[in-house]
Design a protein around this ligand. Sequence first.
Ligand code: NAD
Ligand code: IPM
Ligand code: MN
Length: 353
Amino acid sequence: MAYKIAVIKGDGIGPEIIDEAIKVLDAVSAKEGFDLDYKEYLLGGSAVDVFDNPCPDETIKGALNSDAVLFGAIGGPKWDTLPKEKRPETGLLKLRKSLGLFANLRPAIIFDELIDASTLKPEVIKGVDLEVVRELTGGIYFGEPRYKDDNKAYNTMIYSRDEIERIARVAFEEAQKRRKKVTSVDKANVLEVSELWREVVEEVAKEYPEVELEHMYVDNAAMQLVRDPKQFDVILTGNIFGDILSDEASMIVGSIGLLPSASIGGKVGLFEPIHGSAPDIAGQGIANPIATILSAAMMLDYLGENKGAKRIRKAIKEVLRDGYRTKDIANFGAKEVVTTSEMGSLIAEYASK
Ligand code: NAD
Ligand code: IPM
Ligand code: MN
């Protein structure tokens, strides 16, 4: 079997971490007997530099003509002062929207080998296994009207019944495969958009009687995530709350360099780490490629290559068990601090066993 993979390296550490994911994918595909045909496309700052457009049509077409998209990260100070329509972030939002990727799954699973790498106490985090289901193509990110002049600026948080229903279904379906609990996070004590969110989530919940549903205000959820993260199974939330809470959740696991994501809902799934282009460490060979390699594992699951995905996860566990750490997780239990590329090579090697 040969799969067409659209590869978008992006900016900053994007190329460094994607190179490692491809190294691992190549090792795994050779072992499991399938082929991956990669084709590269530009997005974000690197696309602005070449095409003066952060999301060229060619990238959207290439993504749509592939079986899956593997993506690094975009953005950086070089492009921060450009007008909104030229910003790398605008390009990423356009790609997500064009591909219809309304559901972003962001799992946070503790590696026992890294339990001391978290800034939280071991007894608080041991056994954490949660998934943020973030709505990705609506909410305040896309709401109109939006406006800014020198004295006034605004954005609009909009959700329609349909948008809430379909993301809620994804969350309940995920919960059914897991521990059967959905925590819907909103700000219904203040925002009308959250009132509707709650009503619609309640209605969808009726289709899943075996799944427990609770509602939580987002401020409380931010607190509960560090107080007792084990209480969560699936966290269902909107675009901006999900963005914020998943970065927070990454530090339960030990580093933002560890959290992968899958964006689904359209014809083609897109797989990317939750972190950004980390311009502060780009080019130094110290970025943690594991979030991207785990995203590649999610991509293999999506393609039906579950054995390959398992192989990757097992290899990561074993490499960590043997004490290899990138700098971001080096404080605890490191036998050897390795570079981005060494970490990728180790995982590829272990995955070939
Ligand atoms: P960031 O996630 O890029 O970095 C936050 C901090 O985490 C930095 O100190 C960084 O060094 C560290 N970090 C991130 N990934 C890491 C990794 N793999 N290994 C080790 N450390 C890592 O967020 P930011 O600094 O707020 O944003 C930087 C740029 O990235 C901005 O232009 C932003 O818009 C963009 N961004 C893009 C995406 C994306 O492409 N999906 C996501 C978030 C931010
Ligand atoms: C993410 C990023 C993006 C988002 C930005 C870069 C548009 O923070 O993927 O989490 O807010 O969705
Ligand atoms: Mn984010």
